[in-house]
Design a protein around this ligand. Structure first.
Ligand code: IMP
Ligand code: MG
Length: 332
């Protein structure tokens, strides 16, 4: 696996946090590099406690993993410091010197913008912060006194790590359908969320990426406005046990059944080499907590095989419950 990119297939909230925390523990990741910004919440369960991480990489569950925030990321200083305290990762987290800063004024601009309200942004101000960076007036992480203990040249560190054969995971945020370029524009986030962009934000050249692991959820959810093919009512979603609330903003998640056509398209454009399917237990409750493929029900196995047939990507990991270790691992 030396260098793996994790990318979300749909509109975010596919369960990337859970997959990353599993890989951190199981594969003993050397580096985990978080891209994007504070608008994304990656949910990780550890020792029966739930963490919704907006800044700290999801691999924090392994005390040996080095945690980095990418040069292309946007850092929310208060949230970063709060999460470092919460997860006790002071000694092993670094922020790239060139990461930019998302400020309160960006959040205020986001919330005051009629266009952004119509899109249903998270209100964290990621769009305005990126605008400011493009204008070349943004503050950078290296200019902030509170961040001094954490400032590093992550790009050199990561690439030297790859030279030494270290295991590096590049943690994407949101999902491909929220990409500024490839998603449901204008109902998208402020950046490209695809696999190539994740590597680019981290400063890793395309030839150094070994695996692109695309994460599908067993059904689709979306928060905010914009098209959602096959969308069902909240009542229907509740009846099926699919109804969810956003980990980041507490808003209702809209839901729809799995879309094989969309899965095929997003696998191809991201150059996916492997797939993970999460929350299988939500659509097949009998699979709850199972850790062997053979123990899944016939219907559930058929669902996984159908995803493989339609996308031509092998499903290597299947999530069957919230715990990091509730996974069917088909890699060996
Ligand atoms: P923004 O990223 O806050 O500008 O919001 C733009 C769109 O992306 C809105 O539809 C948000 O709901 C959505 N979005 C942003 N971050 C996430 C996420 O982490 N999970 C799911 N949707 C997100
Ligand atoms: Mg999320």
């Amino acid at each position: 696996m030396p260098c793996t990119v994790i990318v979300g297939a749909f509109w975010g909230d596919e369960g990337k946090g859970k997959i990353i925390s599993y890989l951190a523990l199981k594969d003993n990741l050397d580096f985990c590099v978080r891209t994007g910004s504070v608008n994304a919440a990656h949910t990780v369960w550890m020792d029966g406690k739930k963490y919704a991480l907006h800044m700290v990489p999801a691999a924090f569950v392994n005390p040996k993993s080095r945690l980095l925030i990418a040069a292309g990321a946007n850092v929310h200083v208060a949230k970063f410091l709060e999460e470092v305290e919460l997860t006790k990762v002071h000694k092993r987290i670094g922020i790239d010197q060139n990461a930019s800063i998302i400020e309160e004024k960006h959040s205020a601009q986001d919330k005051a913008s009629a266009v952004n309200k119509g899109i249903g942004t998270t209100g964290w101000g990621v769009g305005p912060a990126i605008e400011e960076r493009v204008r070349r007036t943004a503050k950078l992480a290296k200019d902030i006194p509170e961040l001094q203990p954490y400032i590093v040249d992550s790009v050199t560190e990561i690439n030297n790590g790859l030279d030494d054969g270290k295991k590096v995971l590049l943690e994407g945020t949101q999902g491909f359908m929220l990409s500024l370029y490839f998603g449901t524009y204008p109902y998208v986030t402020g950046r490209d969320t695809g696999a190539s962009a994740i590597a680019s934000e981290a400063g890793v050249g395309p030839t150094r990426v070994d695996e692109v692991l695309i994460v599908y959820k067993s059904f689709i959810t979306r928060v905010g406005a914009g098209p959602l093919p096959g969308e069902m009512t909240k009542e229907e979603a509740q009846k099926r046990g699919w109804f969810e609330v956003s980990a980041g903003t507490g808003r209702d998640r809209r839901s729809a059944p799995f879309d094989f056509e969309l899965a095929k398209k997003t696998a191809k454009i991201n150059g996916s080499t492997q797939a993970a399917v999460t929350k299988l237990d939500c659509i097949f409750p009998e699979c709850q907590g199972k850790r062997r493929f053979d123990d899944l029900s016939a219907e559930a196995k058929q669902f996984i095989r159908e995803i493989e047939a339609q996308t031509s990507v092998p499903v290597k990991l299947v999530g069957t419950g919230p715990d990091a270790l509730d996974i069917v691992d088909r890699r060996k």
